[in-house]
Design a protein around this ligand. Sequence first.
Ligand code: C2E
Ligand code: MG
Ligand code: MG
Length: 756
Amino acid sequence: MLTWIRTGRTAAASVLACAVLLVVQQAWYFGGWGGAEVTTLVTDASYVPQAVVFAVLAARVALSKRQEARTRRAWQVITVAFICQLAAHCSWFVQSQILHTTGYPSTADYCFLLFSPFMFAGLLMLPGQYRRRRDRQKLVLDALIVGAGGFIAIWYLLLGPILNAPGISPWERSFTAALPIGDLLLVLAVSTAIQRRHQPEAPAPVRLLTASIALTVIADVSYSWIQLHGGFTGGSWPDLLWLAGCFLLVLAADQQYRQLRYPAQRRGNRNAVVLLPYAASVAAYLLLAEQSSHLPLDPYGGMILGAAVLTLLVMARQMHALRDNREMAVTDGLTGLANRTLITERLKQLAGQPVRPGRYTVIMLIDLDRFKPINDTFGHEAGDAVLIAAADAMRAVIRGGDLAGRLGGDEFTVLLQGLPSRDTAGVVATRLLEALRAPVVFGDHVLLVEASIGVVVREDPYLSGETLLQQADTALYAAKRAGRGRFEYYSDVLDSKAREAELRRAVANDEMVVHFQPAVALATGELQAVEALVRWNHPDRGLLGPGAFIDLAEETGAVVPLGAWVLRAACREASRWRADAPGADALQLSVNLSPKQVAQADLVQTVETVLADTGFPPDRLTLEITESVILQPDPLIVGRLQALRDLGIQLAVDDFGTGYSALSYLRSLPVTTLKIDRSFVTGIADDAQARSVCEAVVHLGRAFKMTVVAEGIETAAQAAALIDMGCAAGQGFYFYRPLPLPEATSLVRHQFSTVG
Ligand code: C2E
Ligand code: MG
Ligand code: MG
């Protein structure tokens, strides 16, 4: 059955069937068709299929390897609870509809009673939000407060009357008392389960279980009450609640299977769940007041009133303490400004909020200039005094609804909302700079500080708080570079400048690496050449392909030092391979040249120096240029390319076919190789046009006596088609992906040491 229901569709159909059954039963109850007996039959019969479905769905969760281990264990226990219910419903059906016996307590009652402890344990075992020990203690206290409130209610409604009920045996008395006590356990477990996971974030299964148990408890209490005051018969109104509760159990088990993992929780305590213990206390007092209304005012009235007022005052006191706690958690201890937690929270709230014209939100990042020397020279106390003075200055400038905070060290931030224009931000920044310039008196010293400010005006509603802070940081650095003591607005231009600076730093810091993609003779698969392809081993973003940075490098000119670095690194490694494996002498090395590099007057000199320094032979080097370089050949560039050729270096046109290479140019340029662009190779099997381009390039190569290399070969069919056309060489994932240095080295060794 489990395998059968494992398919989502069967489960969904079962849930739907239960829903239909529930609707039919409830309609029948209100319609009363066929008299009381038929209604009771319909009701009693509705339980069994529902119980079968929830037990099977729960077992499916309990056995599912997809669930987290803790969730699975909790659901194993919950399944046992569900099976107790199933047994109870089956035996109730037999007892009331087949045997027509009315004994109390019956087997069904015993099974119902067993449900509570298992459900209690299962609910407590559900994985909760991570909490510290103190949080857990608080949680237990809150649950106990709710439990005590529940106890008072149950005592008033059931336990008290049960103890005093005349004419029932001691066994019946204790059994009738056990049922509400079981319910009390469930109340405890439910209140713990929902307080551990704050609403509305409590996951759907927990919410469904909670709702189901709430209905069950109300029905149970009513059942016991009816049992106590005359005797319960099947098909009465508590059945409506029980059945609805059963359906919620079906939904809970189904939802749990779909939900693999509880979503990550945010810590937050400003929601209704926090009020649960208070609500329980108030309810208990209301009951007490109601029940004691006939007692004499002296002494009970005044004492009960006093106790209620005392409790309310203690609650109010606790609310204050809570608020203090919260304030402490979001305040910077030294300056009293908001701390990073609150700032991050506020920025998070911003994300997704619409940007309204005429109401600008502005984020400023403020950094004190020359703070470190003060700290180093006059000590931390002087540093603290400066930070406190800076905080006071900020508080004096900003308005009530704005937020000033300290991110750490001497870095502050200000969040302004509802500014009428972009320029107002500049006015506020100027005022801040002036206020921060005020000298700070520390003992006998007068300390002078200044600040730089980066200003971001929020214009894109979808930017995350983190990105806004990063942009403010970019603007701040621009302000610092421009001479400190000033502010700068963030703009995209600044961003590309910052990224360019980052890129140049990366080249200098050796964050770049070269990978090598082999090119092979298509007919034999023999290794002929390797192409050097640059990657950026970014400290935060991991290994980045050229797509992530080469355009920017090209735009800003950073590609010139980058390209020179790649050439040097590639020639150095290839020289080592030649030294290691004598057969590698024939291996050709390709390096990409960007148009910016080709435009450099000292290109030839740079290449010569690299070749001389690394000892790599010029006739084994191929430089790949793009079609745009040869589009309108400038005589200076043609001269430079010719000079490279004169050194013996091969020249290839990369991505051939994608630009507008005119044949006439091709003929007059000193090019030796054409690399058919990947886009044509990709379409070679099923796109006639792509196929024709490939054929044309192969012919062109033959006519001009150039080598033709096909790029981006991904399948055997593509390779075969190229061989058919007479294309001799190729490169692509079908043969090799670009390889990191160690793998490229071992490949070269493996291929050539035997040859040599
Ligand atoms: P490219 O020079 O045409 O290099 C070939 C690109 O195609 C490489 O991407 C390679 O990984 C990819 N490739 C090779 N075979 C296949 C295949 O079978 N299927 C697919 N889907 N892709 C394949 P990569 O490394 O991302 O480089 C992209 C481009 O960045 C290069 O195109 C080149 O124009 C540029 N580039 C890379 N390194 C440098 C460099 O050091 N300097 C300059 N200026 N540009 C470089
Ligand atoms: Mg290339
Ligand atoms: Mg290419």
